[in-house]
Design a protein around this ligand. Structure first.
Ligand SMILES: [Zn+2]
Length: 473
């Protein structure tokens, strides 16, 4: 199987862009002739851990290495290098711990490393995704690491360092990869593009690099997919990804946080989005992480609104409007000025009254009615989270005959509850719980004590919310 990602697998240390903190000490050790007995490479996927392990293996065994003042590279042409490159060297063993994680695999390994290398200078054992090993296998590996042989070198790699036992870690020299910066990914991409004769617009190159989220492999795979269709343009990248790049998401998020509807519409219009649901999901994730530490309640609201928006956008005839309205609903509540102002202007019949503090407390409401009201709020929260979230911030203030007097803080809350579809939903619920003939009378009381909205997640929304934060395979 040949792909750009494998064609452009780095062959020498110098090809490992942006990983000087790993490459330099390895080269120093090679120059000194004292390579670490066990090396543990750790970092995110697609950063070049496996490539480093293979280059290191060749550098160790190379018969004609290129050594300079501060660099040490395998020649990649001698018999040793070629046998490793062709994966025919018996002395170099590469194990994927994801599929060979048991004790027997490691026992076989132990027997193997008991002997000196047959042809090459070193016996090199590369264990990829080492954190996947079973406990027994780790114990067996530890014993092997505790009895080092001068001619055996272990190179372990993991994306999840915390799952590697401390006993193993302490036996290894640890090298951490830094997430590839956009600039270094751009370098790698333009090098591959030149060699493959793929033409790419500079802006598209930046966009591709940004969307690869720090992974060279992802970036090269995207380049390959797009390059096969001719010149890579910003539009073709957008089309391929379906969602705007991180910077565009950040731009939308900024407009949301500033409650700036004008720039929000502009950013969205320029973003040429095709997969609106995915865009909303990315936005939800982005804003959630930006908000959760400072304002967890608002972060929770963002998840709820975003989840609902993403579900809606999937089948909506006008998904761009769903995106826009989701963004507006994600704005910080105290700054949602534009919408309520417009609605208030068209709703002069909703009375807005400032009540003295002592009048704010609910009047003696019969306990059974109060219980039924609480039941109503709970059921609406479960069945219609968005209406429920508004309702949960209201207060049943008093009852008179068959009228429920409900105080809300904002006029637009009253409007929302007193209009379809909420009106009918509430009406049906009232008939079911209170009986025929009951009515709700809303009053807007700006100094209503602020209460934290209680939101109930319906199981469907909860599952979707979880899905947003579960990285897809
Ligand atoms: Zn060589």
């Amino acid at each position: 199987m040949s792909s750009l990602a494998s064609n452009y697998r780095p062959l020498i240390f110098a090809d490992l862009l942006g990983q000087g903190s790993v490459v330099r000490p390895l080269q120093q050790a090679l120059l000194k002739g004292s390579p670490p007995h066990a090396t543990l490479l750790t970092g995110g996927r697609g950063l070049g851990k496996t490539s480093t392990a293979r280059i290191f293996a060749r550098a160790l065994c190379c018969m004609n290495p290129h050594a300079a003042a501060a660099s040490y590279e395998p020649c990649n042409t001698c018999a040793a290098c070629l046998s490793i490159l062709q994966e025919s060297a018996n002395d170099v063993l590469e194990i994927d711990a994801a599929s060979n994680r048991g004790i027997d695999d490691i026992r076989n390994l132990k027997e193997l490393v008991a002997y000196p290398p047959s042809l090459l200078k070193y016996r090199v054992v590369i264990i990829d995704e080492v954190h996947m090993l079973t406990n027994e296998a780790f114990n067996a590996l530890l014993k092997t690491l505790e009895e080092p042989r001068d001619t055996t070198v272990f190179i372990l790699a993991t994306t999840e360092l915390h799952k590697v036992p401390l006993t193993i870690r302490s036996r290894c020299q640890l090298f951490s990869y830094t997430t590839a910066s956009v600039d270094t990914i751009k370098q790698a991409l333009s090098r591959a593009a030149v060699q493959e004769n793929v033409s790419i617009e500079p802006a598209a190159l930046t966009l591709l690099a940004q969307s690869a989220a720090g992974s060279y492999r992802d970036a090269l795979m995207l380049l390959e997919q797009l390059g096969s269709r001719g010149t890579i343009t910003v539009a073709s990248v957008h089309e391929q990804l379906g969602v705007p790049a991180r910077t565009v998401i950040a731009g939308i998020a900024q407009a949301i946080q500033a409650a700036d509807t004008t720039s929000l519409t502009e950013v969205i219009a320029q973003a040429s989005i095709t997969k609106y649901d995915q865009c909303i999901s990315s936005l939800t994730e982005f804003l959630y992480h930006k908000t959760v530490d400072t304002n967890p309640h608002h972060a929770a609201r963002i998840v709820l609104v975003g989840t609902e928006g993403a579900l809606l956008a999937k089948n909506a005839p006008l998904p761009e409007l769903v995106l826009l309205s989701t963004c507006i609903r994600m704005m910080p509540q105290e700054q949602q000025i534009t919408l309520p102002t417009i609605q208030e202007a068209h709703q002069p019949n909703v009375p807005v009254i400032e009540l003295p503090e002592e009048v704010l407390e609910p009047k003696d409401i019969p306990p059974d009615i109060f219980g039924q009201w609480q039941q109503l709020v709970r059921e609406i929260q479960a069945e219609h989270p968005m209406i429920g979230s508004v309702l949960s911030q209201s207060v049943l203030h008093a009852t008179e005959d068959t009228t429920l007097f409900v105080h809300v803080r904002y006029a637009f809350h009253a409007t929302k509850l007193d209009r379809e579809p909420a009106k009918k939903i509430l009406h049906d619920k009232i008939v079911a719980l209170f009986g025929q003939g009951w009515m709700i009378n809303y009053r807007t009381v700006p100094n209503l004590p602020r209460r934290e909205p209680k939101r109930a997640l319906s199981s469907q929304n909860a599952a979707a919310a979880v899905a947003i934060f579960t990285p897809s395979a």
